[in-house]
Design a protein around this ligand. Structure first.
Ligand SMILES: Cc1cc2nc3c(=O)[nH]c(=O)nc-3n(C[C@H](O)[C@H](O)[C@H](O)COP(=O)(O)OP(=O)(O)OC[C@H]3O[C@@H](n4cnc5c(N)ncnc54)[C@H](O)[C@@H]3O)c2cc1C
Length: 469
């Protein structure tokens, strides 16, 4: 890892007393987890909470949090705005349950962080979903009506005075839900690492999983890995979880047509608390507009503004390109968004970065048994800060085989749709992306998009953070 996103650098600079884990030993493990991001860590912690004697090891090829978990926007969002898509895919009762669980998860993460002294600047200050142009006005009405009809609507239309708290006059309307917020994601993931180690979970960083096979007796799985000295070793485990997010297509090619890797690009300013106060942005709510490739922004405790924009770079054949580990190559788009919301802002930019989101066809994550005692989690589609906590509950139930509501939920062992093969996938992704961009630029300029661009935008409704088309 040569280039660090802002959050990860900040978290590591503050991590003065790093807790170290015991080493991997030769006795078989009950569960081995590949990947030390939110998913791997929440799963391990949840299993330990439910079954304290379980022997768990986590292999992380870099440092915990150097994947998406330490580089995302830190916007804590729920599935309430995806209720219609959830209902269509999983039926009404599952959709209701998943929306409620996602709202509960915001508060559960906050409670966990407080109880375990994880200092991660987490603020449950809500979320504003805005219309940042005329075309976005009222697009969420069908979703809100559907939520109303099952008494699950937590969104309120904000008045003119409250609208000012979105920080930009570009926002013509907004809805507010209190069940959301923001967090310094790298501090959260590093905090989870500390708690996991304190609970007795073995975490081996700079340790890369290579392959696995059934061990001789067929009762355990033998996994080989390279340790921090590049020595190749093996461990035995009863069950294996792949919590590797964007690395799934490279490690398990059978899933390579179930996700597409696409970058989200981020920019963060230098501290400017006084300026944020004048913009009415002295709070920790996430602000998101209602386009497909959303603009989203939030502030930090030390008075910075972070803005992110999804749907930029698609990597051919889902390779983990070096482009995901560099300053954003979409600085012009980020600058355009800052100008769009904040005019002639003159903000001093501290850093830009990027990272891969694993978009599934449905826009929802999947938790699959890929083989006997081998479980796979992926597909958060850019909505994973809160949802990986739910992933932890689901995966813990799958791995402990508790046969409860988590294990039986619709996200488990789904029939997964497939994306086209290459080169059609990447080609198609760019054609659709460019159509969406043209449509959204036209709407920003109060112009009617072309029929073709409207059509292309409809093809990627699942990519949006809300059911708007
Ligand atoms: C730029 C960006 C912005 C985002 N913004 C938001 C947001 O604002 N809100 C939101 O809800 N979601 C957001 N997301 C999505 C969210 O960050 C992810 O869904 C979530 O972090 C996924 O967590 P994870 O643990 O599954 O994956 P990761 O954090 O990526 O963890 C996977 C880990 O597996 C490790 N690994 C891979 N291969 C191996 C191997 N061979 N051996 C050992 N370890 C291996 C990796 O090093 C990595 O640490 C964003 C994502 C990105 C990329």
């Amino acid at each position: 890892m040569t280039y660090q996103p802002f959050w990860f650098d900040q978290a590591m600079a503050e991590e003065t007393t790093s807790v170290s884990s015991a080493s991997i030993d030769e006795n078989p493990y009950d569960i081995a987890i590949i990947g030390g991001g939110f998913t791997g860590l929440w799963t391990a912690i949840t299993i330990k909470q439910r079954a304290p004697k379980t022997r768990i090891v986590i292999l992380e090829k870099d440092l915990c949090g150097q994947g998406a978990s330490g580089r995302n926007g830190g916007a804590m969002l729920t599935w309430s705005t995806k209720y219609l898509s959830l209902k269509k895919r999983f039926g009404e009762s599952q959709a209701k349950w998943l929306v409620q669980q996602s709202e509960n998860a915001v508060h559960a993460i906050s409670k966990f962080a407080k109880e375990h002294n994880i200092d991660c600047d987490l603020r449950v200050d809500g979320c504003y979903i805005t219309a940042s142009n005329a075309a976005q006005q009222d697009v969420l009405t069908p979703c809100l009506n559907a939520l109303d009809s099952v008494s699950l609507n937590q969104w309120q239309v904000v008045n003119k005075e409250q609208l000012k708290h979105t920080g930009s006059r570009q926002n013509q309307q907004a809805l507010f839900s209190p069940h959301a917020g923001s967090v310094q994601p790298a501090k959260l993931v590093r905090g989870l690492r500390r708690i996991a180690i304190e609970m007795g979970i073995i975490i081996s960083e700079s340790t890369r999983y290579i392959s696995h096979a059934k061990a001789k007796q067929e009762e355990t799985i033998s996994a080989s890995y390279s340790d921090k000295n590049h020595s190749i070793k093996t461990l035995n485990t009863e069950k294996l979880l792949f919590a590797v997010n964007a690395w799934l297509p490279s490690l398990m090619p059978q899933f390579s047509r179930n996700v597409v890797l696409v970058s989200s690009d981020m920019v963060i300013t230098k501290p400017m608390p006084e300026r944020l106060k004048t913009l009415n942005l002295n709070h920790g709510a996430a602000v998101i507009d209602s386009r497909i490739f959303v603009n989203y922004y939030r502030t930090t405790i030390d008075g910075r503004l972070m803005l992110g924009k999804g749907g930029n770079y698609f990597s051919f054949a889902n390779q983990m390109s070096d482009k995901f580990n560099a300053p954003s190559q979409y600085q012009a788009e980020l600058q355009h968004s800052l100008n769009y919301f904040f005019g002639d802002h003159g903000f001093e930019i501290d850093r830009t970065w990027t990272g891969p989101s694993d978009r599934s066809v449905s826009g929802f994550p999947f938790f699959q048994e890929s083989d006997k005692n081998v479980v796979v989690a992926a597909g958060y589609s850019g909505n994973g800060v809160v949802q990986s906590y739910l992933g932890g509950q689901i995966l813990a139930s799958m791995l402990l085989n508790t046969n409860d509501e988590w294990q039986k939920c619709g996200l488990v062992n789904q029939k997964l749709e497939r994306l086209p093969i290459e080169p059609f996938r990447t080609l198609g992704a760019y054609v659709i992306r460019n159509g969406i961009r043209r449509k959204e630029r036209a709407e920003d300029n109060n112009l009617a998009p072309s029929k073709l661009d409207n059509y292309l935008a409809k093809l990627s409704g699942a990519a949006a953070k809300a059911d708007t088309n």
